[in-house]
Design a protein around this ligand. Sequence first.
Ligand code: ZN
Length: 264
Amino acid sequence: MALPVLIMGQSGTGKSTSLRNFGQDEIALVNVSGKFLPFRGKFNNVLKSDDYVQIDNFIKNACKAGKKAIVIDDAQYLMANEFMRRSLEKGYDKFTEMAKNFWLLVKLAEQLPEDVILYFLMHTEDADGRTKAKTIGKMIDEKITLEGMFTIVLKTCVVDGNYYFSTHNSGSDTVKSPMGLFQTDFIENNLKLVDEAIRSYYSFEPPLMCEECKQEILSDGKRTIKQIVAGTQQYYKQNLCMKCFAKLYTADQQKASEGNNGNP
Ligand SMILES: [Zn+2]
């Protein structure tokens, strides 16, 4: 079973932008609204569609091709577009079907390989005093509690022009994450970083260990684990955690400045 993860936030608060650190071939992207990406560069595996059957097939094929991260961007439009298409249909059965269609898409995770993460990027709305994932209203919310289908729900937030994901519940939203997955309440809006953190937390991949302190190397919230290791390899030809790297680096700087003092 794959892991479904929900990333929610208002339009323009850095959901799509959070994809920027993935490599071109690293993700399969379902672009429901068909909009342009808010950064340069592009992904090689993209489906522009709001059709559940097409999306289902695309995701299954992406998994067969070895994709480990699958992103459904603007997922709320799946419901909104179906709602518009069926606006002339009378009766309430259509709402049950709309809820079921979306529910089945989240449930698709159960048929996918265990080390796959299925990300749903969705808008938010305020209802009953809390911020939740946007649906098409009560007719859907009565049938499914969307957030109940996810173990991990993150929310974008913008503070002084900086973009973050909040990782813990504020008391007035539906954010949640397993204990110890994220050490801070806010992390950079970098889905690659989230992806690495989840994979290491659930042991999807063997952890990278620091050769100095023998602890697992974790993201510092700014750099991904791979970026950290690439940097420490370049400087010290070792896999190091940020703490040990900082220690070695500071010691080197000190040596260098002492050396300079000796040679005016
Ligand atoms: Zn270390």
